[in-house]
Write a protein that binds this ligand. Structure first.
Ligand SMILES: [Zn+2]
Length: 344
């Protein structure tokens, strides 16, 4: 479950000396996207980033799923997170930095091409965002975009990576809700953390799916509030897309494993009972199906939420449940599991 972002009021956007230097680069156009990015001044229209609120688990099923989450996260916290970009380069034309960014550009391009056929929405994403620009977050409203000037101009979306050092600043300055999210005043934001390829593919399609439903606009307006049914319905839609990508990447093993978990408890009267029956071993199987068994905590937090939602949507399909029941399942997970602080 990825969160979205409400930008705080920003008083002004100005180019600093570093940014000006970037604009003036000739061979590698390390430009600042401010030319096209709307000002973030004014009220945010995207969903708010939820303020963590200490809640208590109320149902026995909720307690079981939360205990599973805690055990899973404790294991994952032992794995060191690997950042492929720890800080901004002193010079944006630095060869090693440019190479890293070009490698990411290639990765995004190949991924968009490879999974375009998993659904009509994926095809739409490929069409709309097949041309894109990669950048690295600088500060405030600014990022350094890598590429030729004409490519940057034609880009359908900016995919903005956040280096380790800036991630801390960003979290404080804008209350970044997650290591990964869509901003309808900017584009896709993702921490420069190494993630397994299949995971990257699923997350990329998920976020760009939000980009189809909420294109970058001058006002950044149009996002639903997190307590609305529309918000949850869109999350479910994107998690379904993510499942399709994971399944394709795993050669069909991901959905097969989800089905096995779901069908193991045929007497379950409710989806929460099915979720309560999930084990660490099940999570390990799902991890292995997408090459995420060695993923760190940051990635695994996203995956745990996705696994639960994927089990929930598969159960909903099996029982022909409607969207309102799926929304209620999603809210139950939020209330009783995801929003409950994990004691590490
Ligand atoms: Zn989402």
């Amino acid at each position: 479950m990825k969160k979205h972002y409400t930008p705080p009021p920003v008083s002004e956007c100005k180019l600093d000396r570093f940014s000006m230097f970037c604009v003036l680069c000739v061979i590698i156009v390390a430009s600042v996207w401010l030319m096209t990015r709307p000002s973030k001044t004014g009220e945010g229209a995207q969903t708010t980033s939820p303020t963590p609120v200490a809640k208590t688990v109320s149902s026995p099923s909720g307690q079981k799923v939360h205990a599973l989450e805690t055990a899973y996260f404790r294991e994952k916290a032992k794995v060191p997170e690997i950042w492929w970009l720890s800080d901004l380069p002193l010079n944006p034309e630095d060869g090693a930095f440019v190479q890293k960014m070009m490698d990411r550009e290639k990765l995004v391009k190949n991924t968009l091409d490879r999974f375009r056929k998993v659904s009509p929405l994926a095809e739409q994403i490929h069409t709309k965002f097949g041309t894109f620009a990669v950048s690295v977050f600088l500060r405030g409203n600014a990022s350094i975009t890598i590429g030729q000037a004409h490519q940057i101009k034609q880009a359908g979306v900016e995919i903005c990576f956040v280096a380790k050092k800036q991630a801390g600043t960003l979290e404080k300055s804008i209350n970044a809700p997650s290591s990964l999210y869509w901003r309808s005043d900017w584009g896709m934001f993702v921490n420069a953390v190494e993630v397994p390829y299949s995971v990257f593919a699923g997350l990329l399609y998920h976020e760009l799916g939000h980009g189809i439903r909420h294109p970058v606009s001058l006002t950044g307006k149009g996002y639903f509030t997190p307590d609305s049914s529309e918000y949850v319905a869109e999350e479910i839609e994107m998690h379904r897309l993510e499942t399709l990508v994971f399944n394709e990447a795993s050669g069909g093993i991901f959905e097969k494993t989800i089905a096995e978990i779901m069908l193991r408890n045929p007497k379950a009267l409710h989806v929460t009972e099915v979720m309560a029956g999930v084990t660490l071993d099940d999570l390990g199987k799902l991890d292995r199906s997408i090459g995420a068994d060695k993923a760190g905590l940051e990635t695994s937090q996203l995956l745990f939420a996705h696994y639960m939602i994927a089990i929930g949507t598969a159960y909903s399909d099996l029982k022909s449940l409607g969207i309102m029941e799926q929304i209620s399942m999603f809210r139950w997970l939020n209330r009783e599991v995801f929003d409950v602080p994990v004691k590490m």
